[in-house]
Write a protein that binds this ligand. Structure first.
Ligand SMILES: Cc1cc2nc3c(=O)[nH]c(=O)nc-3n(C[C@H](O)[C@H](O)[C@H](O)COP(=O)(O)OP(=O)(O)OC[C@H]3O[C@@H](n4cnc5c(N)ncnc54)[C@H](O)[C@@H]3O)c2cc1C
Length: 435
């Protein structure tokens, strides 16, 4: 078994010219080269802005190349919770944005001819308990009534048409969701951003950012591992890897590790038995498993395997925990060889919601909570449109996530180092046991 991201074995990442010096001045500096940053860079560059994407590591190095490739509708929080937090009207706009975010990915993949196995295969949520299943019909009814969107509840006795596992109490299908190869998608986005004229600078960690004016114009001085640059505007797109260069944002984001294993290539017949419709699948627990077939028929199985503190053994330990979890779902995979294991970092806000807008004068979009493939792409585009509108004095684009309260830690007891994760992990396991 390799401690390696399987998706990276399927892709040629673009390699921008490492010797190219940073520009002295840009219209927009985008920090981070994942879906958010690259989607923003593409949009800004297409509108004629001079853009530099600054990346600590290499293109797509963060969550964007490491995820499950599930292009999902909805948000992490359930719809009733969302309505209680934001009211019907704003929740309707949020839900519409989540549906539009899938179209946004599909449109970019089409326009840029990105070969990333994008497919509208739908997603399946499976109920670990009878009461979770009982709630599906209520959720589907609210979603149909409030958002005019159809989900299909699948009774336990019909579930074999969806999944080759007998441990669940039923399921719920959303045909709108999609799947893709995320590393190929992020590589394609990077090529598209460069084609539009954006510069991407790898190994250019942003260390400090300061307000500054130049020739009478206000902007920002950024000091990076590859030297300084001055930008009119900054877009922070650092997700779960947000660090000390943007301390106010760092304090609002909880980085949480998630891990994935992939099996060897499975025989076609077994693959069809495990997932007859190649859905993107996740279960109903807080401490959930998510899984799918890869385009070449491996089982990809992910979850929040081991909590804090992470050590060099965490990835290997996670592989064993996930393998046991996978066999619990699919006893048929008892003898399947595990080829790869890897991990990455998710970004959670304290209210488990996406947030976008401006903080300390810089633009940002974060907080995707495991629903970032579509929403990060969408927010990158939307916040880039907002930047352009602010610059030109035009109308602000519709974005229901801008302007909602963005809570920090209770009592301010958080400096970006999530000391409370072991407690939170134990709490969620407890909740899964009792609820
Ligand atoms: C294991 C795993 C599985 C997941 N599965 C799914 C899934 O199936 N479906 C789904 O919708 N979502 C999933 N997600 C979430 C999704 O991958 C993320 O929400 C999304 O990729 C976030 O994209 P991003 O561009 O905002 O951030 P990232 O892709 O994380 O990129 C942030 C980048 O910022 C860079 N950076 C940070 N600080 C600096 C700095 N100071 N200077 C320069 N660069 C910096 C980092 O190096 C990093 O490359 C998963 C995440 C993980 C980790």
């Amino acid at each position: 078994m390799l401690e390696h991201n399987y998706w990276l074995t399927t892709v040629d990442m673009p390699a921008p010219d490492a010797g190219r010096p940073l520009p002295e001045v840009v219209d927009a500096a985008v920090i981070g080269s994942g879906f958010t940053g690259l989607s923003a860079a593409r949009t800004l560059a297409k509108r004629g802005a001079k853009v530099a994407v600054l990346e600590s590591e290499t293109i797509g190095w963060g969550a964007s190349s490491r995820n499950g490739g599930m292009v999902l509708t909805g948000m992490k929080l359930g719809v009733n919770k969302l309505i209680s937090m934001y009211g019907r009207e704003r929740t309707q706009r949020m839900y519409a944005a989540s549906l539009a975010s899938i179209d946004c990915v599909e449109q970019i993949v089409g326009e840029e001819a990105i070969a990333c196995d994008f497919s509208r295969c739908g997603h399946l949520e499976v109920a670990c308990k009878q009461k979770h299943f009982d709630d599906y019909a209520r959720q589907a009814e609210v979603i149909a009534r409030e958002f005019n969107h159809t989900l299909r509840v699948v009774q336990k006795n019909e579930l074999s048409a969806e999944i080759g596992s007998t441990i669940y109490h039923g399921g719920m299908v959303d045909e709108t969701s999609a799947g893709c190869n995320p590393a190929r998608y992020v590589a394609g986005l990077a090529r598209a951003a460069m084609k539009a004229g954006a510069g991407i600078f790898e190994h250019a960690q942003v260390r400090t950012i300061q307000r500054d004016s130049r020739n009478g114009e206000t902007g920002w001085n950024l000091w990076t591992a590859r030297g300084p640059l001055w930008a009119h505007e900054v877009f922070v797109a650092t997700s779960g890897y947000t660090g000390a260069a943007t301390p106010a944002l760092q304090k609002k984001i909880i980085p949480i590790g998630s891990f994935i294993i992939t099996t060897e290539v499975l025989p076609e017949k077994l693959a069809r038995e495990l997932s007859p419709r190649s859905r993107m699948i996740y279960d109903s627990k807080n401490y959930l498993y998510y899984y799918r077939l890869t385009p070449d028929n491996r089982m990809l199985f992910g979850g929040r395997a081991a909590f804090f503190p992470e050590t060099e053994k965490t990835i290997r330990q996670s592989a064993e925990i996930l393998r046991r979890g996978m066999i619990g779902v699919y006893p048929q995979l008892g003898d399947a060889q595990i080829d790869c294991v890897w991990g990455g970092t998710l970004d959670f806000a304290f209210d488990i919601m996406p947030h976008a807008g401006q903080l300390d004068g810089m633009y940002y979009a974060v907080g995707y909570a495991g629903h970032g493939v579509a929403m990060a792409t969408y927010q990158g585009q939307k916040i880039a449109e907002l930047m352009a509108a602010d610059r030109a004095g035009g109308d602000q684009p519709e974005n229901p996530f801008v302007g909602i309260p963005f809570p920090g830690a209770p009592l301010g007891l958080y400096n970006g180092k999530p000391w409370f994760l072991p407690l939170a992990g134990a709490w969620y396991k407890f909740l899964d046991w009792v609820s």
